[in-house]
Design a protein around this ligand. Structure first.
Ligand code: UTP
Length: 475
């Protein structure tokens, strides 16, 4: 019997092991394996194996020649140009009023560190009402749409593993009041894992070891899914990108959008000053006239500790994964044209697989390599990139770990501090401890106020101000 052409192409590429059990499989399982195999770009896998595995010992080998700290726009309270920030805000508000902006959440990660069963966006984070991450973002986006008189489109990138559950969650909650026609879900791509000798690994006898291709995969997934075309039809050219695990994020931030528009930037990113030299964040740097992000693991500790004449860290600009992206820039990056593609990174992992007899193997040490792309690697390709400073307390408190740093507890406390700050800034009396944490539970719905400005307006409009002594929820 003639071989299936796909099987032949795997054989020719030295990947015959993928179909080692094929003849023993039921027709439905055969079909599934063929479908998964059809997703694999064999040339890409061979190229990545050659460049990232065969030729490398796993050390990152990032080129540090000519590296310098990246310039950034300081906040006015840190010496930045107050008039330029005010202008940026009004330009951003105008962009929002004219419907040019859409929100974009990457929610395709596996969330292994949190150890929560279900799409991470369904994790409950708010201090009193226990709203989910998705609900917090939905309400911020809804409120911003109302404030600027133009409802926003919201693009949400899922993975194969969580796509159906994510869609079902939104349907169950009636899209949290958003127009369902403006909420768009699409799956990110997958990459096969390979062994250290370049063989594509099977997870079971009838399935490949496939995993999401990293948040950088969002650029090609936006194109492939038709999201970019949809944006174009709708007159949207600016995407506000944020991660699913950070409920503090100003997901629609007029000043941020305004800097992007004012400078004709293709990619604008937020930085926070690093809290201490060893903090594990990526660093915004300049190199050969370009902006780049260098991961903490790739920047020698001696450089991370360097200080300037004022005793301030030189490499101070920490990346917090919040960006504004130009639609046509995303299209260019997604095109895969020579010289503009995002690089892949390798991660050595324990990858469940099968042995030669088809029996399940759960490795206790790394047995292969996964390939991922990172969205910040797009920065050096962007024209007129801009980096702006933001205040950590107003933009960044991710839920990454089950406990300790960046956990549900630290995130809850940071939300409480933010609500207390907003109240105090508007004249309310809120007892707080030395860290700004209120003594009582407070929750402000994004539908009441989702940033200082919208909160101040809503608070001012309250005919009688509520007492805070026994806790407060503002819906
Ligand atoms: P993280 O780097 O925190 O990874 O993702 P993760 O998969 O969520 O969590 P761990 O490392 O397994 O614990 C940062 C953001 O990028 C998204 C995540 O959903 C999160 O919003 N992401 C990550 C994707 O959308 N796709 C990916 O392939 C990886």
């Amino acid at each position: 019997m003639a071989q299936h052409p796909l099987i032949e192409s795997f054989q020719r590429a030295g990947q015959a092991q993928v179909f080692a059990f094929f003849d023993q499989l039921a027709p439905a399982a055969q079909q599934r394996l063929l479908e998964e195999a059809a997703e694999v770009d064999l040339n890409e896998v061979a190229r990545l194996y050659r460049s990232l595995v065969a030729k490398s010992d796993g050390a990152a080998g990032v080129d540090l020649a000519g590296l310098a700290p990246a310039p950034y726009e300081r906040r006015p309270e840190h010496g930045g140009d107050a008039a330029a920030w005010a202008k940026a805000k009004s330009v951003g508000e105008q962009a929002l009023r004219s419907g040019r902006v859409a929100a974009f959440t990457v929610a395709g990660g596996q969330g292994t560190r949190l150890g929560y069963d279900g799409p991470k966006g369904t994790f409950r984070v708010t201090p009193v009402l226990q709203k989910s991450l998705f609900q917090v973002f939905a309400e911020k986006i809804l409120a911003a749409g109302r404030r600027y008189g133009r409802p926003l489109h919201w693009f949400i990138m899922t993975s194969h593993a969580n796509h159906a559950a994510t869609e079902a969650f939104f349907a169950e909650h009636r899209y949290f009041g958003l127009d369902r026609g403006r909420v768009h879900f699409f799956r990110q791509g997958r990459m096969p894992a390979v062994s250290f000798d370049g063989k594509i690994l099977l997870e079971t006898t009838s399935s490949l070891a496939l995993s999401p291709d990293g948040h950088g995969g969002s650029l090609r997934a936006l194109e492939r899914s038709g999201a970019l075309d949809l944006m174009q039809r709708e007159g949207v050219d600016t995407l506000s990108y944020f991660q699913v695990d950070n409920p503090l994020v100003r997901c629609i931030d007029p000043a941020f959008i305004g800097w992007h528009v004012m400078r004709g930037s293709e990619m604008t990113s937020k930085m926070v000053p690093k809290a201490y030299a060893e903090e594990k964040v990526g660093h915004f740097c300049a190199q050969n006239g370009k902006s780049v992000v260098v991961e903490y693991s790739d920047l020698p500790m001696a450089m991370q500790r360097e200080t300037d004449a004022n005793g301030q860290l030189r490499y101070i600009a920490g990346s917090i994964a919040i960006h504004v992206l130009d639609r046509e820039f995303v299209r260019r990056m997604a095109s895969g044209a020579e010289g503009v593609a995002l690089p892949f990174h390798r991660a050595d992992k324990k990858i469940p697989t099968v042995d030669v007899a088809g029996a399940a193997v759960k490795p206790d040490k790394a047995n292969g390599v996964k390939f991922e792309m990172f969205v910040f690697d797009a920065l050096p390709f962007a024209r007129n990139p801009v980096i702006i400073e933001t205040l950590r307390a107003d933009d960044f408190s991710p839920v990454k770990n089950a406990d300790g740093v960046d956990s549900p507890k630290t995130c809850r406390d940071d939300q409480l501090r933010q609500f207390a700050r907003w109240l105090k800034a508007n004249g309310a009396t809120v007892p707080v401890d030395a860290s700004g944490l209120p003594a009582t539970s407070i929750e402000v719905s994004p539908l009441f106020g989702y940033d200082e400005d919208s909160f101040a307006d809503a608070w001012r409009a309250l005919p009688t101000k509520p007492a805070i002594a026994d806790g407060l929820t503002l819906a």
